[in-house]
Ligand binder design. Structure first.
Ligand code: LMR
Length: 398
Protein backbone atom coordinates (compact mmCIF):
# COMPACT_ATOMS: atom_id res chain seq x y z
CA UNK A 1 0.00 0.00 0.00
CA UNK A 2 2.76 2.49 0.82
CA UNK A 3 5.03 1.58 -2.07
CA UNK A 4 3.25 3.69 -4.66
CA UNK A 5 3.39 6.94 -2.66
CA UNK A 6 5.22 9.97 -4.04
CA UNK A 7 7.26 12.13 -1.65
CA UNK A 8 6.00 15.66 -1.05
CA UNK A 9 8.28 18.70 -1.26
CA UNK A 10 9.46 20.01 2.11
CA UNK A 11 7.34 22.62 3.90
CA UNK A 12 8.19 26.07 2.46
CA UNK A 13 8.95 27.48 5.93
CA UNK A 14 9.93 24.50 8.11
CA UNK A 15 12.10 23.03 5.34
CA UNK A 16 14.44 26.01 5.75
CA UNK A 17 15.21 25.01 9.35
CA UNK A 18 16.68 21.69 8.25
CA UNK A 19 18.65 23.28 5.39
CA UNK A 20 20.08 25.94 7.71
CA UNK A 21 21.15 23.38 10.33
CA UNK A 22 23.18 21.35 7.84
CA UNK A 23 24.90 24.40 6.25
CA UNK A 24 28.53 24.59 7.39
CA UNK A 25 29.13 28.21 6.26
CA UNK A 26 30.14 30.14 9.43
CA UNK A 27 28.45 33.24 8.00
CA UNK A 28 25.04 31.57 7.56
CA UNK A 29 21.99 33.55 8.68
CA UNK A 30 18.59 32.11 9.52
CA UNK A 31 15.82 34.51 8.51
CA UNK A 32 13.38 31.69 7.80
CA UNK A 33 11.02 30.30 10.39
CA UNK A 34 9.30 32.84 12.65
CA UNK A 35 10.97 32.33 16.00
CA UNK A 36 12.35 35.13 18.13
CA UNK A 37 16.14 35.22 18.47
CA UNK A 38 18.17 37.27 20.88
CA UNK A 39 21.30 39.31 20.10
CA UNK A 40 23.38 36.10 20.19
CA UNK A 41 21.09 34.31 17.75
CA UNK A 42 19.55 32.07 20.43
CA UNK A 43 15.88 31.44 21.18
CA UNK A 44 16.07 31.25 24.97
CA UNK A 45 13.35 30.09 27.36
CA UNK A 46 11.91 33.24 28.94
CA UNK A 47 12.82 33.69 32.61
CA UNK A 48 9.17 33.98 33.66
CA UNK A 49 8.54 30.68 31.86
CA UNK A 50 11.45 28.98 33.68
CA UNK A 51 10.13 30.21 37.02
CA UNK A 52 6.61 29.03 36.22
CA UNK A 53 7.96 25.62 35.23
CA UNK A 54 9.79 25.35 38.55
CA UNK A 55 6.56 26.13 40.39
CA UNK A 56 4.61 23.59 38.33
CA UNK A 57 7.22 20.93 39.04
CA UNK A 58 6.88 21.58 42.73
CA UNK A 59 3.13 22.12 43.00
CA UNK A 60 1.46 19.95 40.37
CA UNK A 61 -0.39 17.21 42.24
CA UNK A 62 -1.87 15.19 39.38
CA UNK A 63 -1.54 14.49 35.70
CA UNK A 64 -5.06 13.21 35.26
CA UNK A 65 -7.02 14.24 32.16
CA UNK A 66 -8.37 17.79 32.02
CA UNK A 67 -10.78 17.50 29.09
CA UNK A 68 -11.20 18.53 25.43
CA UNK A 69 -11.67 22.25 26.16
CA UNK A 70 -8.49 22.42 28.26
CA UNK A 71 -7.71 24.19 31.52
CA UNK A 72 -10.23 26.83 32.69
CA UNK A 73 -7.46 28.90 34.34
CA UNK A 74 -5.58 29.12 31.04
CA UNK A 75 -8.70 29.88 29.01
CA UNK A 76 -9.63 32.71 31.40
CA UNK A 77 -6.09 34.12 31.35
CA UNK A 78 -5.94 34.18 27.54
CA UNK A 79 -9.41 35.68 27.25
CA UNK A 80 -8.41 38.48 29.60
CA UNK A 81 -5.16 39.10 27.73
CA UNK A 82 -6.94 39.34 24.39
CA UNK A 83 -10.15 41.16 25.34
CA UNK A 84 -9.38 42.89 28.64
CA UNK A 85 -11.60 42.65 31.74
CA UNK A 86 -14.31 45.25 30.95
CA UNK A 87 -15.08 43.81 27.51
CA UNK A 88 -15.09 40.27 28.88
CA UNK A 89 -17.64 41.31 31.46
CA UNK A 90 -19.90 42.84 28.87
CA UNK A 91 -19.62 39.82 26.56
CA UNK A 92 -20.56 37.49 29.42
CA UNK A 93 -21.46 33.97 28.30
CA UNK A 94 -21.62 34.95 24.63
CA UNK A 95 -17.84 34.44 24.74
CA UNK A 96 -16.26 31.02 25.09
CA UNK A 97 -12.51 30.31 25.06
CA UNK A 98 -11.15 26.84 24.49
CA UNK A 99 -7.52 25.72 24.82
CA UNK A 100 -5.96 24.35 21.64
CA UNK A 101 -2.69 22.66 20.62
CA UNK A 102 -0.98 25.87 19.48
CA UNK A 103 -2.26 28.49 17.05
CA UNK A 104 -2.30 25.84 14.30
CA UNK A 105 -4.45 23.56 16.46
CA UNK A 106 -6.77 26.50 17.19
CA UNK A 107 -7.11 27.30 13.49
CA UNK A 108 -7.83 23.70 12.65
CA UNK A 109 -10.33 23.40 15.51
CA UNK A 110 -12.03 26.56 14.24
CA UNK A 111 -12.08 25.18 10.69
CA UNK A 112 -13.75 21.94 11.84
CA UNK A 113 -16.31 23.98 13.76
CA UNK A 114 -17.00 26.30 10.80
CA UNK A 115 -17.47 23.31 8.52
CA UNK A 116 -20.06 21.89 10.91
CA UNK A 117 -21.82 25.26 11.12
CA UNK A 118 -21.80 25.81 7.34
CA UNK A 119 -20.20 23.22 5.06
CA UNK A 120 -20.62 25.67 2.14
CA UNK A 121 -18.66 28.46 3.83
CA UNK A 122 -15.80 30.10 2.00
CA UNK A 123 -12.96 31.49 4.10
CA UNK A 124 -11.50 34.65 2.54
CA UNK A 125 -7.80 35.04 3.33
CA UNK A 126 -5.52 37.97 2.61
CA UNK A 127 -3.34 37.99 -0.50
CA UNK A 128 -0.73 37.12 0.65
CA UNK A 129 -1.26 35.16 3.84
CA UNK A 130 0.70 32.74 6.02
CA UNK A 131 1.54 29.69 3.87
CA UNK A 132 -0.03 27.25 6.33
CA UNK A 133 -3.46 28.92 6.44
CA UNK A 134 -4.55 27.23 3.24
CA UNK A 135 -3.72 23.61 4.18
CA UNK A 136 -4.92 24.09 7.77
CA UNK A 137 -8.33 25.41 6.80
CA UNK A 138 -8.67 23.71 3.45
CA UNK A 139 -8.08 20.21 4.80
CA UNK A 140 -11.17 20.61 7.00
CA UNK A 141 -13.14 20.89 3.75
CA UNK A 142 -13.53 24.66 3.63
CA UNK A 143 -13.26 26.58 0.39
CA UNK A 144 -10.61 29.31 0.33
CA UNK A 145 -10.63 32.57 -1.64
CA UNK A 146 -8.35 35.60 -1.43
CA UNK A 147 -9.01 39.28 -0.88
CA UNK A 148 -6.44 41.89 -1.99
CA UNK A 149 -4.13 42.95 0.84
CA UNK A 150 -0.51 43.89 0.18
CA UNK A 151 0.80 46.17 -2.51
CA UNK A 152 4.33 44.96 -3.27
CA UNK A 153 5.28 48.19 -5.04
CA UNK A 154 4.11 50.71 -2.43
CA UNK A 155 4.54 48.35 0.56
CA UNK A 156 1.14 49.36 1.91
CA UNK A 157 -2.23 47.71 2.42
CA UNK A 158 -4.43 47.81 -0.71
CA UNK A 159 -7.23 48.90 1.50
CA UNK A 160 -9.64 50.28 -1.10
CA UNK A 161 -9.46 47.04 -3.06
CA UNK A 162 -9.73 44.99 0.12
CA UNK A 163 -12.84 46.90 1.17
CA UNK A 164 -14.39 46.63 -2.29
CA UNK A 165 -13.90 42.86 -2.13
CA UNK A 166 -15.26 42.60 1.42
CA UNK A 167 -18.32 44.61 0.37
CA UNK A 168 -19.37 41.68 -1.82
CA UNK A 169 -18.80 38.86 0.67
CA UNK A 170 -22.12 37.40 1.86
CA UNK A 171 -23.32 36.24 5.28
CA UNK A 172 -22.25 32.63 5.85
CA UNK A 173 -18.70 33.26 4.60
CA UNK A 174 -15.73 34.14 6.80
CA UNK A 175 -13.03 36.75 6.46
CA UNK A 176 -9.73 35.78 8.03
CA UNK A 177 -7.77 38.82 9.23
CA UNK A 178 -4.37 38.95 10.91
CA UNK A 179 -4.97 40.64 14.28
CA UNK A 180 -1.54 42.32 14.24
CA UNK A 181 1.98 41.81 12.83
CA UNK A 182 0.75 40.49 9.48
CA UNK A 183 2.48 37.28 8.46
CA UNK A 184 4.16 37.44 5.93
CA UNK A 185 4.15 41.16 5.02
CA UNK A 186 4.25 43.09 8.35
CA UNK A 187 1.78 45.70 7.01
CA UNK A 188 -0.99 46.18 9.56
CA UNK A 189 -4.39 47.85 9.41
CA UNK A 190 -4.83 51.35 10.87
CA UNK A 191 -7.52 52.12 13.45
CA UNK A 192 -9.61 53.80 10.76
CA UNK A 193 -9.33 50.74 8.54
CA UNK A 194 -10.44 48.43 11.36
CA UNK A 195 -13.45 50.73 11.83
CA UNK A 196 -14.34 50.35 8.17
CA UNK A 197 -13.97 46.57 8.40
CA UNK A 198 -16.34 46.60 11.36
CA UNK A 199 -18.89 48.58 9.31
CA UNK A 200 -18.69 46.35 6.27
CA UNK A 201 -18.92 43.19 8.40
CA UNK A 202 -22.04 44.57 10.10
CA UNK A 203 -23.56 45.52 6.76
CA UNK A 204 -22.73 42.29 4.93
CA UNK A 205 -23.17 39.88 7.85
CA UNK A 206 -20.07 37.76 7.14
CA UNK A 207 -18.16 36.39 10.13
CA UNK A 208 -14.75 37.79 10.95
CA UNK A 209 -12.13 35.24 11.93
CA UNK A 210 -8.99 36.72 13.49
CA UNK A 211 -5.62 35.00 13.64
CA UNK A 212 -3.76 36.55 16.57
CA UNK A 213 -0.35 34.90 16.68
CA UNK A 214 1.83 37.89 17.65
CA UNK A 215 0.07 39.87 20.39
CA UNK A 216 2.70 42.03 22.09
CA UNK A 217 5.26 41.89 19.30
CA UNK A 218 3.99 44.84 17.27
CA UNK A 219 3.22 48.01 19.24
CA UNK A 220 2.30 46.54 22.64
CA UNK A 221 0.00 44.03 24.34
CA UNK A 222 -2.97 46.43 24.38
CA UNK A 223 -2.21 48.26 21.14
CA UNK A 224 -1.97 45.03 19.15
CA UNK A 225 -5.55 44.01 19.97
CA UNK A 226 -7.22 47.29 19.01
CA UNK A 227 -8.97 45.66 16.05
CA UNK A 228 -9.89 42.46 17.90
CA UNK A 229 -11.53 44.41 20.72
CA UNK A 230 -13.30 46.78 18.36
CA UNK A 231 -14.88 43.90 16.46
CA UNK A 232 -15.63 41.90 19.61
CA UNK A 233 -17.55 44.87 20.95
CA UNK A 234 -19.54 45.55 17.81
CA UNK A 235 -20.17 42.31 15.91
CA UNK A 236 -22.71 39.64 16.80
CA UNK A 237 -20.23 36.86 16.07
CA UNK A 238 -16.45 36.61 16.00
CA UNK A 239 -13.78 33.91 15.96
CA UNK A 240 -10.33 34.63 17.40
CA UNK A 241 -7.47 32.15 17.41
CA UNK A 242 -4.55 33.14 19.61
CA UNK A 243 -1.13 31.60 19.96
CA UNK A 244 1.34 31.56 22.85
CA UNK A 245 4.19 30.31 20.66
CA UNK A 246 5.77 33.70 20.06
CA UNK A 247 4.79 35.97 22.95
CA UNK A 248 5.57 33.34 25.61
CA UNK A 249 8.23 31.60 23.50
CA UNK A 250 6.38 28.29 23.95
CA UNK A 251 6.76 27.13 20.35
CA UNK A 252 7.20 23.41 20.94
CA UNK A 253 4.73 23.23 23.82
CA UNK A 254 1.83 23.81 21.39
CA UNK A 255 -0.17 26.33 23.37
CA UNK A 256 -3.01 28.34 21.90
CA UNK A 257 -6.70 29.09 22.18
CA UNK A 258 -9.87 29.44 20.16
CA UNK A 259 -12.35 32.07 21.27
CA UNK A 260 -15.84 32.21 19.89
CA UNK A 261 -18.26 35.07 20.37
CA UNK A 262 -21.82 34.08 19.54
CA UNK A 263 -24.98 36.09 19.13
CA UNK A 264 -26.38 34.93 22.48
CA UNK A 265 -25.55 32.75 25.47
CA UNK A 266 -27.54 29.79 24.21
CA UNK A 267 -25.80 29.75 20.81
CA UNK A 268 -22.43 29.95 22.61
CA UNK A 269 -23.28 26.98 24.87
CA UNK A 270 -24.34 24.89 21.89
CA UNK A 271 -21.25 25.89 19.88
CA UNK A 272 -19.02 24.84 22.79
CA UNK A 273 -20.38 21.28 22.61
CA UNK A 274 -19.50 21.15 18.91
CA UNK A 275 -16.00 22.51 19.50
CA UNK A 276 -15.41 20.05 22.35
CA UNK A 277 -16.59 17.18 20.14
CA UNK A 278 -14.27 18.40 17.37
CA UNK A 279 -11.30 18.41 19.74
CA UNK A 280 -12.21 14.94 21.03
CA UNK A 281 -12.41 13.57 17.51
CA UNK A 282 -9.04 15.01 16.47
CA UNK A 283 -6.74 14.79 19.51
CA UNK A 284 -9.02 14.21 22.51
CA UNK A 285 -7.50 16.98 24.59
CA UNK A 286 -4.75 19.58 24.26
CA UNK A 287 -1.29 19.17 25.84
CA UNK A 288 -1.15 20.66 29.31
CA UNK A 289 2.36 21.89 30.04
CA UNK A 290 2.42 25.13 28.00
CA UNK A 291 -1.06 26.11 29.17
CA UNK A 292 -0.06 25.44 32.79
CA UNK A 293 2.94 27.74 32.31
CA UNK A 294 0.79 30.56 30.89
CA UNK A 295 -1.81 30.17 33.66
CA UNK A 296 0.93 30.16 36.32
CA UNK A 297 2.46 33.34 34.89
CA UNK A 298 -0.79 35.21 34.40
CA UNK A 299 -2.21 34.42 37.85
CA UNK A 300 0.91 35.67 39.68
CA UNK A 301 1.47 39.43 39.38
CA UNK A 302 5.25 39.21 39.91
CA UNK A 303 5.59 36.63 37.12
CA UNK A 304 3.26 38.44 34.74
CA UNK A 305 5.20 41.70 35.16
CA UNK A 306 8.44 39.85 34.55
CA UNK A 307 6.98 38.25 31.42
CA UNK A 308 5.64 41.61 30.22
CA UNK A 309 9.09 43.19 30.65
CA UNK A 310 10.76 40.36 28.74
CA UNK A 311 8.19 40.62 25.95
CA UNK A 312 8.70 44.40 25.81
CA UNK A 313 12.44 43.87 25.42
CA UNK A 314 11.81 41.42 22.57
CA UNK A 315 9.48 43.86 20.82
CA UNK A 316 11.90 46.76 21.25
CA UNK A 317 14.73 44.68 19.89
CA UNK A 318 12.75 43.75 16.78
CA UNK A 319 11.69 47.36 16.19
CA UNK A 320 15.27 48.55 16.69
CA UNK A 321 16.52 45.94 14.21
CA UNK A 322 14.06 47.21 11.63
CA UNK A 323 15.64 50.69 11.78
CA UNK A 324 19.17 49.30 11.86
CA UNK A 325 18.54 47.13 8.81
CA UNK A 326 17.24 50.06 6.76
CA UNK A 327 20.31 52.13 7.74
CA UNK A 328 22.70 49.27 6.94
CA UNK A 329 21.11 48.63 3.53
CA UNK A 330 21.50 52.33 2.73
CA UNK A 331 25.10 52.20 3.89
CA UNK A 332 25.69 49.25 1.54
CA UNK A 333 24.90 51.59 -1.37
CA UNK A 334 21.49 50.22 -2.32
CA UNK A 335 19.38 52.76 -4.23
CA UNK A 336 16.02 51.08 -3.63
CA UNK A 337 14.02 52.58 -0.78
CA UNK A 338 13.76 50.01 2.03
CA UNK A 339 12.31 52.43 4.60
CA UNK A 340 9.03 50.49 4.58
CA UNK A 341 10.75 47.85 6.75
CA UNK A 342 10.86 50.42 9.54
CA UNK A 343 7.12 51.08 9.27
CA UNK A 344 6.08 47.42 9.24
CA UNK A 345 5.31 45.46 12.41
CA UNK A 346 6.20 42.20 14.07
CA UNK A 347 8.69 39.58 12.96
CA UNK A 348 8.21 39.72 9.21
CA UNK A 349 8.73 41.90 6.14
CA UNK A 350 9.30 41.13 2.48
CA UNK A 351 12.67 42.12 1.03
CA UNK A 352 10.93 42.43 -2.33
CA UNK A 353 13.52 40.29 -4.13
CA UNK A 354 12.39 37.78 -6.76
CA UNK A 355 12.70 34.00 -6.36
CA UNK A 356 15.94 33.91 -8.35
CA UNK A 357 17.48 36.54 -6.06
CA UNK A 358 16.21 34.69 -2.98
CA UNK A 359 17.81 31.51 -4.26
CA UNK A 360 21.08 33.40 -4.75
CA UNK A 361 20.93 34.63 -1.15
CA UNK A 362 20.33 31.06 0.04
CA UNK A 363 22.77 29.22 -2.21
CA UNK A 364 25.60 31.74 -2.62
CA UNK A 365 25.45 33.54 0.73
CA UNK A 366 23.83 31.01 3.12
CA UNK A 367 21.14 33.54 4.01
CA UNK A 368 17.98 31.54 4.56
CA UNK A 369 14.62 33.11 3.79
CA UNK A 370 11.30 32.03 2.31
CA UNK A 371 10.95 32.17 -1.52
CA UNK A 372 8.41 34.99 -1.19
CA UNK A 373 11.38 37.06 0.18
CA UNK A 374 9.85 37.08 3.68
CA UNK A 375 12.49 37.62 6.32
CA UNK A 376 12.26 37.05 10.05
CA UNK A 377 13.70 40.36 11.31
CA UNK A 378 14.47 38.78 14.70
CA UNK A 379 17.13 36.63 13.04
CA UNK A 380 19.30 39.73 12.47
CA UNK A 381 21.98 40.75 14.99
CA UNK A 382 25.08 42.92 15.29
CA UNK A 383 27.36 40.22 13.94
CA UNK A 384 25.36 39.43 10.81
CA UNK A 385 23.65 42.69 9.79
CA UNK A 386 26.53 44.04 7.70
CA UNK A 387 27.00 40.72 5.88
CA UNK A 388 23.25 40.61 5.24
CA UNK A 389 23.08 44.16 3.83
CA UNK A 390 26.20 43.69 1.67
CA UNK A 391 24.95 40.35 0.34
CA UNK A 392 21.58 41.90 -0.49
CA UNK A 393 23.31 44.79 -2.24
CA UNK A 394 25.39 42.37 -4.30
CA UNK A 395 22.35 40.29 -5.28
CA UNK A 396 20.34 43.39 -6.21
CA UNK A 397 23.17 44.61 -8.43
CA UNK A 398 23.02 41.21 -10.20
C1 LMR B 1 6.21 31.16 10.61
O1 LMR B 1 5.38 31.72 9.89
O2 LMR B 1 7.41 31.07 10.30
C2 LMR B 1 5.79 30.58 11.91
O3 LMR B 1 4.46 30.87 12.15
C3 LMR B 1 6.12 29.15 12.06
C4 LMR B 1 5.31 28.25 11.20
O4 LMR B 1 4.76 27.27 11.73
O5 LMR B 1 5.22 28.45 9.98
Amino acid sequence: MFQSLQALPSDPILGLMAAYRTDTNPKKIDLGVGVYKDADGNTPVMTAVKKAEALILEEQASKTYIGPTGAAEFNDAIAELVFGKPLLESLGKRRVTVQAPGGCGGLRLAAEFIYKANADATVWVSDPTWANHVPLLGSAGLKIEQYPYYDYSTHTVRFDEMLACLSKIPAGDLVLIHGCCHNPCGADLSHEQWQQIKDVALKQGFTVFIDLAYQGLGDGLEEDVYGVRLLAEALPELIVVSSCSKNYGLYRERTGALTLISENDNAAAIATTLIAAGARAMYSMPPDHGAAIVATIMTRPELSSEWDAELTAMRNRINGLRSQLVAQINAAGVDTDFSFIEREKGMFSFLGTNVEQVQKLVNDYSIYLVNSSRINVAGINDSNIEYLANSLAAVLKG
